[in-house]
Write a protein that binds this ligand. Structure first.
Ligand SMILES: [Zn+2]
Length: 382
């Protein structure tokens, strides 16, 4: 057997830790909902002349997901949707989740969780285990909505965080500050008195509107530092996402001063997605011992171009700092496809280096195992 074939065989057998992922759909999406879920940038309905299937992601679904539903590769979008609907969402989810080859799902339950399978059901359908990642902004919003707690917001937030983190299922935290202010703000540690003042102002606006969405930079920074002080890994949404965020304000290089803080350097900081800033993220992973990155989400969206992204993620970053994630949300296709395209990409990229004699087969396989699971196991203490 040649080296590339041997590497491919090994890669197919590996189980993955998907360190950033959400639940799969609870109920079957209609055609528009499914096609919309194939477009990350806009949450608006797609124009009638745009099909979510006519994209790198849509083509990859027809190529790689169709056979899992007993269709030929490249089945038409109409045939694909009809087959999916005929099987029903439970069967679709069971097939895709169990075929992803994921041993551990680290699930962010912070967005529209009521429309998605719970971690317990994700575990049951896939055969893998499921842990939870706690969203810091959601925790802050629950604290401010609870009138009894706002007398001393810093105390109340820290206590709520300690309570949540005491659950053995919780293995880390996540911040969506990218969606709230971007990174080009003052992200140093605020004093408790500044935090109390900011919380009092926020509490007043919450009282008027009855809803809470944390956008105050002082309180966002406070939440992140509370997680750091609690010794918890902190995931940052970086780069690509829907247009609720301002892509030009979420370049991870804006986090450099924050990463220089010695307190921050005591916990793993995990830069999620990163596209189109994967090279900047790779630099930060080299510059700071506690910084990790993945290229999840974009691997699915780049489809046939995913291997170019995976190759770029293997430039500056030390190999002990690169993790696998799908960042799938909604269609169970995405939970499977992330793993499928990642396996294809590492086989193509690293297999190519092995074939050219740049890397040994043993080194190639060792690095692939690090990225597949070992780095995540170490970073989160799984
Ligand atoms: Zn996500």
């Amino acid at each position: 057997m040649d080296a590339r074939a041997e590497l491919r065989d090994e890669v197919e057998r590996l189980t993955l830790v998907d360190h950033h992922v959400h639940g799969a759909f609870l109920v079957a999406p209609d055609r528009d909902t499914l096609e919309n879920a194939f477009n990350e940038g806009s949450t608006d309905p797609l124009p009638e002349w745009v099909s979510g299937f006519d994209s790198q992601l849509g083509f990859a679904v027809r190529r790689w997901c169709a056979p899992i539903l007993d269709l030929a590769p490249h089945a038409s979008a109409d045939d694909y949707f009809a087959r999916r609907a005929a099987l029903g969402e439970t069967e679709v989810s069971r097939r895709f989740l169990s075929r992803a080859g994921v041993s551990d799902w680290l699930i962010d339950t912070g967005f529209a969780a009521e429309t998605l399978l719970s971690p317990g059901v994700m575990s049951e359908f896939s055969g893998g285990s499921a842990s939870e990642i706690l969203r810091l902004e959601s925790l802050a919003e629950s604290v401010i909505l609870d009138d009894a707690l706002v007398g001393d917001y810093p105390y109340a937030f820290r206590a709520a965080l300690a309570r949540a983190a005491a659950d053995p299922a919780v293995v880390g935290t996540k911040t969506v500050i990218a969606y709230r202010t971007g990174f080009d703000i003052e992200l140093s540690r605020p004093s408790d008195s500044d935090v109390r003042r900011a919380a009092a102002v926020w509490h007043t606006t919450v009282g008027e509107s009855g809803t809470a969405r944390l956008v105050d930079p002082t309180l966002l920074a406070f939440g992140i530092y509370a997680a750091v002080d609690a010794g918890l890994p902190v995931q940052f949404h970086v780069g690509f996402g829907d247009r609720d965020l301002d892509l030009k304000r979420v370049n991870p290089l804006e986090l450099t001063d924050f990463l220089r803080d010695p307190d921050v350097q005591r916990v793993p900081v995990l830069l999620l997605h990163c596209y189109p800033f994967e090279r900047e993220a790779g630099y930060l992973a080299q510059a700071f011992a506690n910084v990790y990155l993945d290229v999840g989400l974009a691997v699915n969206y780049l489809g046939a171009r995913a291997s170019a992204l995976v190759a770029r993620s293997l430039e500056l970053a030390p190999f002990a700092k690169i993790l696998y994630s799908s960042d799938a949300w909604g269609p169970a296709e995405l939970h499977y496809l992330g793993a499928r395209l990642w396996r294809n990409s590492v086989t193509e990229v690293i297999g190519g280096w092995v074939e050219r004699g740049e890397w040994s087969l043993d080194d190639g396989l060792r690095v692939i195992r690090m990225m597949a699971s070992e780095n995540a196991v170490r970073a989160y203490g799984l």
